[in-house]
Design a protein around this ligand. Structure first.
Ligand SMILES: C[S@@+](CC[C@H](N)C(=O)[O-])C[C@H]1O[C@@H](n2cnc3c(N)ncnc32)[C@H](O)[C@@H]1O
Length: 273
C-alpha cells in the first residue's frame, strides 16, 4: 500500500493554484445541486459502456469523480462490487444521500492509499474529471490507478480534446451560426471578461497539453486539454496501453483520425502487466 500523503482537498502542481480553484468550484452549493440532480449515462458513455459490457459485468469497479452519483445507479447494478469516490465532500455526501446502500467515499484520486494494490478490475474516471488537475498530478493519478487496477484490467476515462475546432476560442472567435445559444454564450463571456482576463495568467500551453479556462461552470475552471496522440504517449509512460479512443458520441476513431468536432474523447486503456 502507498502511504497516504499530506495533500489536502485541492492540491498543488504546475497550474496548481488554479486547480485549487477547480476543487473550490466542485464544492459550491449550486454546482453540487447541478451534479446531484443528474442521473443516467450521457449518450457517448452509453455507447462506450455497451461496447465494454462484458468486461464491466461482474467486475470489481472503481468509479472516480462520481460527483453527485450520476453514474452510480446504472454501473453499480452491473458489477459484482462497486465503489464510488470523489474529492468534493459535499458532492460525495449528496451521492450518499441518493444511494445510501452503495459504497461511496471521500477520496482524492491523487492518493488512493485506502485501496489495496490490484483491488479493482475496472476503473472509470468519467466526464473529464481527470482534467481538473495539472500535469504532475494527472501523472500521479495515473500511477495510483495503475496500482489499484489488476494487470490486464481496464481504465476508462474521458478528457478534453485539444484538437477540437473551438479549442481556446471565446465565442466571437468560433465562426458560429448566429443562434440564441450563441447570443447567450457571447453575453456570458462579456459578463465574465474580468474573470477570464484574471484566469489567463494561469493558463498553460505546452507541446503535449494545455490547461485553459473554458466556459464550463461560468469560466471558473482551469481544464486540461490533450490531443489523442499525446494522450496515448502519456498512457504508455504511465504503464498503460491504449486500447481504444472514441468520439464524444462514442464512435471509435480510426488510427490516425483527428476529431475536430468532439469537445472531449473517451479512452479505454489496459494496465500493462
Ligand atoms: C465534471 S464533474 C463530473 C461529476 C460526475 N462524474 C458527473 O458526471 O455527474 C468532475 C468530478 O470529478 C471530481 N474530481 C476532480 N478531481 C478529482 C480528484 N483528484 N479526485 C477525486 N475526484 C475528483 C470532481 O469533484 C467532480 O465531481
Amino acid at each position: 500500500m502507498r502511504r497516504r500523503g499530506a495533500r489536502g482537498g485541492g492540491g498543488q502542481s504546475r497550474g496548481g493554484e488554479a486547480t485549487e480553484g477547480n476543487h473550490a468550484t466542485y464544492t459550491r452549493g449550486e454546482i453540487v445541486e447541478h451534479y446531484a440532480s443528474r442521473s443516467g449515462l450521457q449518450p457517448g458513455e452509453g455507447v462506450l459502456i455497451d461496447r465494454w459490457l462484458d468486461a464491466i459485468t461482474g467486475s470489481v469497479f472503481l468509479d472516480i469523480g462520481v460527483g453527485g452519483g450520476r453514474t452510480t445507479g446504472v454501473i453499480a447494478a452491473l458489477t459484482q462490487r462497486y465503489v464510488g469516490v470523489d474529492y468534493s465532500a459535499p458532492l460525495i455526501e449528496a451521492a450518499r444521500r441518493r444511494y445510501p446502500e452503495r459504497d461511496l467515499r471521500w477520496a482524492d484520486a491523487r492518493d488512493l492509499a485506502e485501496f489495496e494494490d490490484e483491488e479493482f478490475s475496472v476503473v472509470w474516471f468519467s466526464f473529464n474529471g481527470i482534467d481538473s488537475v495539472g500535469d504532475d498530478d494527472r501523472r500521479q493519478i495515473l500511477g495510483e490507478i495503475r496500482r489499484v487496477v489488476r494487470p490486464g484490467g481496464l481504465f476508462l476515462f474521458s478528457t478534453h480534446n485539444r484538437d477540437v475546432a473551438t479549442f481556446d476560442r471565446l465565442p466571437w472567435r468560433r465562426r458560429p451560426r448566429v443562434t440564441r445559444t450563441y447570443a447567450r454564450s457571447v453575453v456570458q463571456a462579456v459578463r465574465r471578461l474580468p474573470r477570464i482576463v484574471r484566469m489567463r495568467r494561469q493558463v498553460v500551453h505546452t507541446a503535449d497539453y494545455a490547461q485553459i479556462n473554458d466556459d464550463a461552470h461560468d469560466y471558473t475552471l482551469l481544464m486540461y486539454y490533450i490531443d489523442r496522440f499525446a494522450q496515448a504517449r502519456q498512457l504508455g509512460e504511465c504503464g498503460f496501453e491504449l486500447v481504444e479512443v472514441s468520439s464524444q458520441g462514442g464512435r471509435p476513431l480510426a488510427d490516425s483520425e483527428v476529431d475536430r468536432a468532439s469537445v472531449w474523447l473517451h479512452y479505454v486503456a489496459r494496465r500493462v502487466p
